[in-house]
Design a protein around this ligand. Sequence first.
Ligand SMILES: Cc1cc2nc3c(=O)[nH]c(=O)nc-3n(C[C@H](O)[C@H](O)[C@H](O)COP(=O)(O)OP(=O)(O)OC[C@H]3O[C@@H](n4cnc5c(N)ncnc54)[C@H](O)[C@@H]3O)c2cc1C
Length: 255
Amino acid sequence: FICTHHDVTVFDANGTEIKGTACLAADGKFSPIRHKLALPTREWSYDQIAFVFNVHHTKPHHNFAYEAFLPKGPFASLPTVDPNVSSIIWTVPTKEALPLKEMDDASFCTILNDTFNILGTLTPTTSRWTYPLSGLLVSKPYKERILLLGDAAHAMHPVAGQGLNVGIGDVIALGDLMQRYRKLGLDMGGVTLFREFSKQRRFDVLAMTFTTDHLVRLFSNHSITLNFMRDQGLKIVDRSPLLKRFFTQKAMGKA
Ligand SMILES: Cc1cc2nc3c(=O)[nH]c(=O)nc-3n(C[C@H](O)[C@H](O)[C@H](O)COP(=O)(O)OP(=O)(O)OC[C@H]3O[C@@H](n4cnc5c(N)ncnc54)[C@H](O)[C@@H]3O)c2cc1C
């Protein structure tokens, strides 16, 4: 890409050029554009691997998602349109991932059913995809006429299922801001808008990154005192409709 004072030109893989007032880079966690811009980025590893696959289960899911916070990492089932099929995200420590990945189907199925039994007997219906889990944060996600959005600017652990939601929050905030700038006849692709956007999004992004990071550490901790406090905290939330409502609204991006 080439940036001038007024516009930015991007070249695709075939050399076709696209010119505009701004380049919005939502090219994911491994964002080639972020690397090209050399923006200072904080990255950290959770030393965990997520296995992702679909399962058939003998009991219907009734459109419920489940998450079990196991000592080695969270295990989540997300309902699909088929009442007896869910997507599984099973997090394990990196050192245990390779044997699990290379295990034959029958042994894998046995361990899977020993790990999670809420939905009856589970049978994997797809192959196992693996994702090394890590986080990243770009404190100033813009340069000249290029702005990073979504995972390109902030990637978090999937424990709370919030990565995509935070990215959608970026898009909504940017759309509102661009409309306001357009009405006022201001530059819709410049550093002034990008700076205001980053300021607006900073709290939500930091709060969610901090929350997911601490959830992972809290649930993988082996301290008896901490585990006792965590369990008491969960019981309090479970018994309080007000707190429950607050957390569900927050998770849906409404609070
Ligand atoms: C195991 C796992 C489970 C998750 N579960 C949840 C969940 O339940 N809820 C939730 O909200 N979030 C969840 N997330 C997070 C969510 O997947 C991400 O936050 C979200 O996909 C980020 O969207 P994005 O558009 O920013 O990036 P991506 O989804 O990574 O999309 C980036 C796109 O850019 C494309 N691209 C990259 N480079 C180029 C290029 N040079 N030219 C053209 N295209 C390019 C890529 O092909 C890709 O399609 C999960 C993540 C993982 C790993």
